[in-house]
Design a protein around this ligand. Structure first.
Ligand SMILES: *Cc1c(COP(=O)(O)O)cnc(C)c1O
Length: 252
């Protein structure tokens, strides 16, 4: 007879919480090791890459487990889901917003997030600036670049991004920290590499312009399937969900 210990443990819900906890901690440790190895391969200091744990669809208990296992930044895609989780958890570490942000949600985004990765149009930035001013905050943001021209993707085109940075330069309550991109989905991480290289070149180009108030220190790129390639190409923030928390329900 064949006994699978894990299956036996899964059968009991009391144990399944414990199993999840070890899984999340083990996954985090493994992702960290892979980030470090990729950084070393590229001659980078591993501490220059920050791991952002993407917890969309993940319940508060499991997010807390990730924090207890050492996650230092959490990220969400949806404002309402984020608000509930942030208020329930009160974990005292930074939250980042990485989803598409609608103008009418600007005030929640300003209140809840330390960094917004996904700024993709000037009307949104103006609204964020106005709201941040009211709340007495300088909001840190990244500009999301659309490097693939896919119609389903949000983001500012390469051609428009310099002009947008120059316009944002005049907004006192917005602080641009760098760029973010989301390459077209592929099973092969190497297919993402040209997009990551493009984002880095665009960052270098913008940095050279020395636009007042615009800093270009951060490159937010790389997800569960391609973060090692992103680190090799200069990512400073990798956004990782599945590799930490396991697969999400299909709708996401
Ligand atoms: C969901 C999401 C991620 C994380 O994706 P995984 O493949 O689960 O690591 C990263 N970035 C954005 C913008 C996302 O929406």
């Amino acid at each position: 007879m064949h006994f699978d210990l894990l299956e036996l443990i899964s059968a009991s819900s009391a144990f399944s919480a414990v199993r999840n906890m070890f899984t999340i901690a083990a996954n985090l440790a493994s992702v960290r090791e892979r980030i470090e190895a990729a950084a070393r391969r590229a001659g980078r200091e591993p501490h220059t890459v920050r791991l952002v744990a993407v917890c969309k669809t993940v319940g508060p208990e499991r997010v807390r487990e990730a924090v207890e296992a050492g996650a230092q930044i959490l990220a969400e895609n949806y404002i309402q889901e984020a608000q509930r989780k942030i208020e329930t958890l009160r974990v005292g570490i930074p939250w980042h917003f990485i989803g598409h942000l609608q103008k009418n949600k600007a005030k929640y985004a300003i209140r809840l997030f330390d960094l917004i990765h996904s700024v993709d149009n000037f009307a949104l930035v103006e609204e964020l600036n106005r709201t941040a001013q009211k709340q007495g905050k300088v909001q840190e943001v990244l500009l999301q670049a659309d490097l693939s021209g896919e119609e389903t993707k949000f983001g500012v085109s390469e051609g428009e991004i310099i002009q947008m940075a120059e316009k944002i330069s005049g907004l006192k309550n917005i602080s641009v920290k760098g760029l973010m991109t989301l390459p077209p989905f592929s099973d092969d991480p190497e297919e993402s590499r040209p997009y990551f290289q493009k984002l880095r070149s665009l960052r270098d180009l913008l940095a050279k312009r020395k636009i007042p108030g615009i800093s270009m220190d951060e490159l937010s790129m790389g997800m569960s399937g391609d973060f090692e390639v992103a680190v090799e190409e200069g990512a400073t923030l990798v956004r990782i969900g599945t590799a930490i928390f396991g697969p999400r329900p299909a709708k996401h």
